[in-house]
Design a protein around this ligand. Structure first.
Ligand code: MG
Length: 488
């Protein structure tokens, strides 16, 4: 799109630089007028035409039923509950996959993982011996916003490739503080499975903590990780309060092994899992408070969700999907429907509960739209701009949701109807079962997917099958990047 420009001018850094120097001049003028306004006793002006900041908070393996405002009876989440009371709660928000790596790829690119090569039927996520990661050809939210002059930072878990070419700083982020893959990987000590997870010590896992591309701590002290992420997030917001910014705060928790800081030990009635969620909630409060103290809350969208459902094999350490069926790793609702909250005082209506079908892939086109950045037109974007929904419209975003497991579609939802073509438990060793007549659930009448009504509605199944076939006919998969291993 910049064909007539010299190479140096096409470089994203050039745009960032040019935008920033313009922005600095504008800021100087704005500061002058704001001072006049303040001196005249009127409230400070809103941030004018400045594009909004975005704080995207992503929990790991937090279930649909794990926070107060989604119905947990004993985990207390006053800050998340406040986000809902002052903003919007989504009840039918879907992630792009039911496990970490592909879900994160979907969030950051707006695309189904199969299109970016971040889906596999052999290795479902990236591991410390993985050779590849998110391909350079993919455009992340950070990359797109950086071109529009945003400061971009990630604090937390990446899990889209731990080797340098794939790290966040090579995918549009100016700065990175966090772990490159899951906190249960690279185990180097400890005993039996039960023992190491029920009384974990962070030394059991040789997980590194990185700043940008450098390892600064190994193994990372996981007990303080949620608190340190909060401190980093607060510092990032304060450092960039005067310019548009995108902060991706991707918590390591509550992915097992569970850790929390001393201040949260015994904090929750719900035990260790509850302590962990309540510390994450505290950290959400730190973000909101900082935005308010900096006077930029009304120019900032804060969006909170989780990468996939609860890891149920870990029993009380694994959270809950509430009334939804099953959890992480499956294509049942508990695996792929996440809690989702949007808070943006003055723009997102307070106390809104929205049951539109929306997805994590919608974040990409939505925030690009807010920033005035064109959505790339050289590739398929599966997300839709839900800016109007965030402002209170009750329109639907999607009428179809696809439930991929690896490279295969296990289920599809059209309107309230969900057809299961293949079913499989998450981790308990059984094989996939293909259904000659797909199982059909009406998710609005039967959110727990208990009652198969396929015999009564063959025409619904035909309609869904036709939509899936249409999707598959136009699909442009990219070769999987998840299977290749670093050579020994
Ligand atoms: Mg996860």
């Amino acid at each position: 799109m910049f064909a007539s420009m010299p190479d140096t001018m096409r470089h994203p850094a050039f745009f960032a630089f040019r935008f920033r120097s313009l922005a600095m001049r504008c800021l100087a003028c704005t500061a002058f007028f704001l001072c006049l306004t303040a001196c005249s006793g009127r409230p400070a002006a809103a941030q004018g035409d400045r594009p909004p900041n975005v704080v995207l908070i992503f929990a790991d393996d937090l279930g649909y039923g794990d926070i107060g405002v989604y119905g947990h009876p004993t985990i207390r989440t006053p800050n998340l509950d406040r986000m809902a009371a002052e903003g919007m709660k989504f009840t039918q928000f879907y992630v792009g996959a039911s496990v970490c790596t592909p879900s994160r790829a979907a969030l950051l690119t707006g695309r189904l993982p199969i299109r970016s090569g971040m889906a596999s039927d052999r290795r479902r996520v990236l591991f410390p011996d993985s050779k590849l990661g998110l391909p350079a050809r993919e455009i992340t939210i950070a990359e797109a916003l950086k071109e529009a002059g945003y400061a971009t930072g990630i604090v937390g878990k990446w899990h889209l490739g731990h080797l340098e070419p794939f790290l966040p700083t090579n995918h549009g982020f100016d700065s990175y503080y966090g772990i490159p893959y899951s906190n249960d990987m690279d185990r180097v000590a400890g005993g039996e499975w039960q023992e190491i997870f029920w009384e974990p010590k962070f030394e059991y896992w040789n997980v590194p903590l990185l700043r940008d591309t450098e390892v600064i701590e190994r193994p990372v002290d996981q007990e303080t990780i949620t608190r340190r992420y909060a401190q980093e997030a607060v510092a990032f917001i304060r450092d960039h309060a005067g310019e548009p910014f995108f902060l991706y705060l991707a918590h390591t928790m509550p992915h097992t092994p569970l850790f929390r800081s001393a201040a949260f030990a015994g904090h929750s009635k719900a035990g260790l899992y509850g302590d962990v969620i309540e510390e994450i909630d505290w950290s959400v409060g730190q973000v909101m408070q900082t935005l308010e103290e900096e006077g930029i809350a009304e120019n900032t969208l804060v969006f909170f969700t989780s990468d996939n459902g609860p890891w149920l094999i870990f029993r009380t350490h694994g959270g809950s999907a509430g009334l939804l069926r099953d959890g992480k790793g499956t294509t049942y609702e508990g695996g792929m429907r996440s809690p989702a909250l949007a808070w943006w005082p003055g723009t997102v209506p307070a106390g809104a509960v929205n049951s539109a079908l929306v997805t994590a892939m919608d974040v990409f086109p939505t925030v690009l739209g807010m920033a005035g950045v064109p959505v790339p037109d050289d590739r398929t974007i599966d997300g839709m701009d839900i800016g109007n929904i965030l402002r209170g419209s009750d329109e639907d975003a999607h009428d179809m949701i696809l439930y991929y497991r690896g490279t295969r579609i296990f289920a599809a939802r059209v309107g309230p109807w969900k057809a299961h073509f293949i079913t499989q438990r998450a981790y308990i060793g059984d094989d996939p079962v293909s259904h000659d007549t797909p199982i059909l659930n009406h998710l609005e009448h039967d959110p727990s997917e208990r009652f198969d009504v396929s015999a009564e509605h063959p025409e619904v199944l035909e309609g869904i099958a036709a939509r899936v076939a249409e999707h598959q006919a136009g699909l442009d998969p990219w070769p999987t990047q998840l299977d290749a291993r670093i050579e020994e």
